[in-house]
Every structure is written in structure tokens, then in C-alpha cells.
Design a protein around this ligand. Structure first.
Ligand code: BES
Ligand code: ZN
Length: 632
């Protein structure tokens, strides 16, 4: 065995030497050409310009007892002439052995130094004719990509649950691959789970359980690694529309199917505006409450927090958002995390357009006004001169998660609204449609988009280009001078009610008829932070805020309750922190509590109890807020 290994190494070394002498210049040229195709990605060790992964074949067993995934990843690759190494992201995986091709010829590999956030490079020695590598590996129980949810934290309380979260750079912590959004590949998978559970992926999915617990998946559309996803639990499937359905625990399926019944209609609306849905089906998966996000746009199967199932369909803009990613993000993808606004800004813009189509323009105006308020607050917090307020970011040497502020989402949205208003909606929509078509299944940089925008929309008329002023939006900090005006009559009237109450009026005199979640959010955000207990009681007794089943409204109310020291809300507050793991909802609560010494002490106490149910990334965020150390 050892002799064989040495022989292979010698042969490989000889081949490299031999080739490098004769083909050096040819290789440089073709490598340069290939390198140009791939944007620099400071968050990946991959070198796709040398050898690029085109297909992934997974064979995994899910072991709930040991909290590991174990199995084999076979990567089909295309290798540039003269290249003898394949560079992958190995994260924190335990690599058992690596072989080459169908004949499984043993291969040499090295795992490089572990770099904080990035993990370790996995370098495999290949041969000129290598078309595939097979990696036998397992994950570690603490993998940041995997949330092993105990039965007690699920809706049913009787079966465990596992879900992955790959965006932005966690795919490497459950699969060895080229973990950069610049590379796209197709995949198939065979996943073995305990027979009482069902597995689903970001691929064509089963609709019923398999008695052996073995599931096979195919994903014929090429995707970037951050869209690799898997969920395993006591799942049931329910059809919602022609191409839409929902996966959830049996205890939630009814409520979920009701909540998201508008999904099919939303799909039809986007297709009308921006061209066909290219992924065949669009299903939803409801996760346990520890899921740190509202939603994650995994192709064909959006992952969702259960906290949006509130019974009145009032939080479905989240579905509009994740669905819109099927065009902006999944179809046309940011080439690196510095270009994240191409994903999130376009998606937030599309989300608004879908909401306008389905619920009317007054509804969209409310979203825009709230978005403007949030954006101004974010810019103030980041600093008006901060480069983190540019649309094009520079996240080199930093956690790409730091880039997911309100800037790419909301400054991105308002940039696109600006262009829409300058050129007119009709022209703009036609442009967007061709943009999605032209770059379908490609990963592009901000500069690619800017070139395309200039060539097709702006360059013909200098006054148009001047009115849009792209560089102020994309490469400059803060709020550009041509920031679009947005108004909402609805929210202005809410504002008046809030002022009336703040000046001593009574809650009973506020007319809340027909209020949506957004009216409530605006109302609560407009109230003084600190109120006398009797005044808090007036609000609570009239509107039942402490009892609100809508987590977004509840969080706004709890924030005021913390600053007002309104004790009747404390039990609900503690219970909320112990049962919900969505970061966006937890952050404002812990942040407010941490502002006073007593609050901080209570928050730390609750956090210690809540920790076992929080996702890895939630723990990091909250520990930071509370001044605690948490393991990376
Ligand atoms: N792609 C994001 C979720 C994400 C962001 C995962 C960063 C990992 C790193 C998703 O589309 C998203 O934006 N979710 C938002 C939804 C909201 C803006 C409607 C969320 O979860 O809050
Ligand atoms: Zn998004």
C-alpha cells in the first residue's frame, strides 16, 4: 500500500515536471483565460481556473446518535492542461480517504492549515486524465452547517430534526467542494436516514416516506455551493397549487398550507413580469423554531422559520422574497460575497413588486416607507462614511456574514427603484427580463451588471445616466442625493394615531380597523421608548399586545416593555427567548436588555438556558451582544 502510494506520488511528480517544461506558455495563456472567467473570491481556497467541479454525487448516511453525516462525495471535474492538483474547501471535515475515477485509484491529499472562518483547504493530487475524485468523509458533531434539533424542540416533540444552512460559507462544513458562488454544478444524492424520518433536499424531492429510509435526489440545474441543502425530520407533504406544496411536521402542515396558500399566485405574477420559473417545482419546508433565518432560498425548496405561521397570512412577504430569489440569486448569482447586493437588493426590489401585484400599491408603499426608516437607521449605525455602506463591498479577510446588513437589501432596493423611476417601469421591466435571461445559470460581478446596465439602458442618453448616478449608489457611502421619495398615506395616519397616544390620548381612541402587521410595526416604532406602567397597561389591555401571536409585533412590544420596565410582559419575554431562535427577532431583545446592568444579568441567565436550542450562528451573535465568549 505504502509502496503504491510512493509510486503514485513519483509518477505524478514526473508528469508535472515533464509537462511544465513543454507546455508552460500554453498553460499560462489558457489559465489566464480561465481565471478571467472566475471572480476572485477571498472566502474560498478553490482554484476553479485550474480544475473546476461540474457535478457532485453524494452518498450520505445521517447518524442522529453521533450527530454526524458520513459517506462519500464524488466530484466530476474539468481540468486545465498541465494541472495536477484539485483545490477544494475542506472546512472542518474528517477526510478518511480519497480515490480517483470510477476505478477508485487511491490518491494523495493534504489538508492545509485551519484558517479562522475559512476552515482548511483540501488539496488532492490528480492526473491529467482524472475526470472524478471520490472523497470518503464525515462531518464533526459541532459542524456550523448542521443543526441537530432535539425532539423536544420540534413541533411534534417525538422525533429529532436535522437541517443544513450553507449560505454563505458553510457548505464546506458538510460537503467537500469548491465553496464559492462563482462555481456552479449539478448534483445527485442518495441519503440514508432513520426509517421513521423523511429526507428532502434542494432538488427533486419525494412526497412520501420510504420504509427503508433511503432517498434519492437529482438536481439537473447547475447551482452554486451555498444552495446545497438538506432537511431530515418527521415530515409530511401537502400539495398547495399546481407547482407548489409544503413539507412540515404533521402538527404544522394544516396551518402552514393555509398560511402560504398565495404562493402559486405569486409565482404566476413573477413569471408574467420576469420570465419563466426555471426550477420546475417550488415547495416550502417548515423548520423547527431554532432556524436562525426567516427564510433561505434553497432551490425548489425554500426553508422557512415557523414564526411566520401566524394564522392571518400577514407575513407572506417572506415567501415573495424567497420566491424572487429563484430569479435574482439562484438563476443570476453573485460571483462573490462582495457582490451580495446583486442577490439581496434585486430580490428585495422584486419582493416589493410581487407584493404590489398581489396586495396593491398601498401595501407596497408601506413596505417601502418602513424599509427607508430601517435603512437610515442602519447607515447611522454603520457610519455615513463607512465603506460598508457601499453596495459593492470589500469583505476580504472578514466574515462574509458581516456583509448581510440592511445595505445590500435596502440600499439595493432603492437603487433599483431609482433606475425604474428614471427610465420608466415598462423599459425597466423589459430590461430586467432580458437580464435574467442573459445571465441565467451564471455567476456575475457587480461590474458585469454595471456594464450590462450601461450598454442596454443608460449609455444612449447622458441625462439618463446622470439622473441615475450609478457610482454614487454602488461605490460611495451613505444616502445618494437622488434617493427616491416614498410615501404611505396609511402609515402617515398610523403616525398621527401614535402621536395622539404619545401626547396622552387613550388607546381606545385609536382606530386599528384593517391594520396589517406593517401598521402595527409603524405604530409601535413611533411610540416613546419609555412609558409609565399605567400607560403601558392602557395599550396592553386595549390591544392584547403581550398576548400577540405575531412574533414581529410581539418583539416591537417587548422592546418597549424592556425599556419601560413593564413586568407583566417579562414571562412572555423569557418564554420567547427560550423558544424562538430566529436571529432577527432575538437581536433587538437581547440588545435592549444588555443596556442596563440588571437587564444584562437577566439576559445572560436566560441565554445560558436557551443556548442548547439556538443555532450555531445565533449563539455567536447573541454571545457577542452579551459580552460572552462563544466557540467559533
Ligand atoms: N439568503 C437570505 C438568508 C441568509 C442571508 C442566509 C445571509 C445566510 C446568510 C434570505 O433570502 C433572506 O434574506 N432572508 C431574510 C428574509 C427577509 C429579508 C424577507 C430573513 O431571513 O430575515
Ligand atoms: Zn434574501
Amino acid at each position: 500500500m505504502i509502496i503504491r502510494k510512493i509510486l503514485i506520488t513519483l509518477i505524478t511528480a514526473f508528469a508535472v515536471m515533464n509537462c511544465s517544461a513543454t507546455k508552460e506558455s500554453e498553460r499560462e495563456i489558457s489559465e489566464d483565460a480561465a481565471r478571467g472567467k472566475y471572480a476572485e473570491d477571498p472566502h474560498s481556497f478553490a482554484r476553479p481556473w485550474e480544475a473546476v467541479v461540474t457535478h457532485l454525487s453524494l452518498d450520505l448516511t445521517v447518524n442522529f446518535d453521533e450527530k454526524i453525516l458520513h459517506g462519500k462525495a464524488s466530484l466530476s471535474i474539468e481540468v486545465m492542461p498541465g494541472v495536477r492538483q484539485l483545490h477544494l474547501d475542506g472546512g472542518d471535515l474528517v477526510i478518511e480517504r480519497v480515490t480517483l475515477g470510477e476505478n477508485e485509484i487511491p490518491a494523495e491529499f493534504t489538508l492545509g492549515e485551519d484558517i479562522e472562518l475559512l476552515g482548511r483547504p483540501l488539496i488532492i493530487e490528480i492526473q491529467s486524465q482524472t475526470e472524478a475524485v471520490n472523497i470518503y468523509y464525515s462531518t464533526i458533531p459541532q459542524s456550523g452547517a448542521l443543526d441537530w434539533v432535539a425532539s423536544a424542540q420540534t413541533a411534534g416533540g417525538t422525533h429529532p430534526f436535522l437541517y443544513t444552512q450553507s449560505q454563505p460559507i458553510f457548505a464546506r462544513r458538510w460537503i467537500p467542494l469548491q465553496d464559492t458562488p462563482a462555481v456552479r454544478f449539478t448534483y445527485d444524492a442518495r441519503v440514508t436516514v432513520p426509517p421513521e424520518l423523511m429526507a428532502v433536499m434542494s432538488a427533486a424531492n419525494p412526497t412520501r416516506k420510504n420504509p427503508e429510509g433511503v432517498y434519492e435526489f437529482v438536481m439537473p440545474q447547475a447551482i452554486p455551493s451555498y444552495l446545497m441543502a438538506m432537511g431530515v425530520g418527521n415530515l409530511e407533504f401537502r400539495e398547495m397549487g399546481r407547482r407548489t406544496g409544503i413539507y412540515a411536521e404533521p402538527e404544522l402542515i394544516e396551518a402552514a398550507a393555509y398560511e402560504f396558500a398565495d404562493t402559486e399566485e405569486m409565482m404566476l405574477k413573477v413569471e408574467e413580469m420576469y420570465g419563466p420559473y426555471r426550477w420546475e417545482r417550488y415547495d416550502l419546508l417548515v423548520l423547527p423554531p431554532s432556524f436562525p433565518w426567516g427564510g433561505m432560498e434553497n432551490p425548489r425548496l425554500t426553508f422557512l422559520t415557523p414564526t411566520v405561521i401566524v394564522g392571518d397570512r400577514s407575513l407572506v412577504s417572506l415567501i415573495a422574497h424567497e420566491l424572487a430569489h429563484s430569479w435574482s440569486g439562484n438563476l443570476v448569482t453573485n460571483a462573490s460575497w462582495d457582490d451580495i447586493w446583486l442577490n439581496e437588493g434585486f430580490t428585495t426590489y422584486l419582493e416589493g413588486r410581487i407584493m404590489e401585484e398581489v396586495f396593491g400599491s398601498e401595501y407596497e408603499q408601506m413596505l417601502s416607507v418602513l424599509a427607508r426608516g430601517k435603512l437610515l437607521k442602519e447607515i447611522k449605525e454603520l457610519g455615513v462614511e463607512s465603506p460598508d455602506t457601499h453596495l459593492k463591498l470589500n469583505l476580504s479577510g472578514r466574515d462574509p456574514d458581516d456583509g448581510f446588513t440592511d445595505i445590500p437589501y435596502l440600499k439595493g432596493k432603492f437603487f433599483l427603484i431609482t433606475i425604474e423611476r428614471v427610465v420608466g417601469r415598462e423599459k425597466w421591466d423589459a430590461f430586467l427580463k432580458t437580464y435574467f435571461e442573459k445571465y441565467a445559470f451564471k455567476s456575475i460581478t457587480t461590474e458585469d451588471f454595471m456594464d450590462y446596465l450601461n450598454a442596454n439602458l443608460l449609455s444612449s442618453d447622458k441625462s439618463i445616466a446622470d439622473s441615475v448616478n450609478t457610482s454614487a449608489w454602488v461605490y460611495s457611502p451613505g444616502i445618494p442625493g437622488n434617493f427616491p421619495l416614498v410615501r404611505s398615506g396609511e402609515l402617515e395616519s398610523v403616525n398621527r394615531s401614535a402621536s395622539m397616544w404619545s401626547e396622552g390620548g387613550m388607546a381606545a381612541d385609536v382606530n386599528t380597523e384593517g391594520w396589517t402587521t406593517h401598521h402595527w410595526l409603524k405604530f409601535l416604532r413611533s411610540l416613546p421608548r419609555e412609558n409609565e406602567i399605567s400607560r403601558m397597561k392602557d395599550l396592553d389591555n386595549t390591544f392584547g399586545l403581550t398576548k400577540s401571536g405575531n412574533p414581529e409585533i410581539l418583539v416591537e412590544w417587548l422592546v418597549i416593555s424592556i425599556t419601560s420596565k413593564y413586568e407583566p410582559a417579562y414571562t412572555v419575554l423569557e418564554n420567547f427567548l427560550l423558544t424562538v431562535g430566529r436571529r432577527k427577532l432575538l437581536k433587538p431583545l437581547y440588545t435592549k436588555m444588555a443596556e442596563t446592568p440588571e437587564g444584562l444579568a437577566t439576559a445572560q441567565e436566560i441565554y445560558e438556558k436557551a443556548k442548547p436550542m439556538y443555532h450555531h450562528s445565533t449563539k455567536l451573535t447573541i454571545a457577542k451582544i452579551l459580552g460572552l465568549e462563544e466557540m467559533q
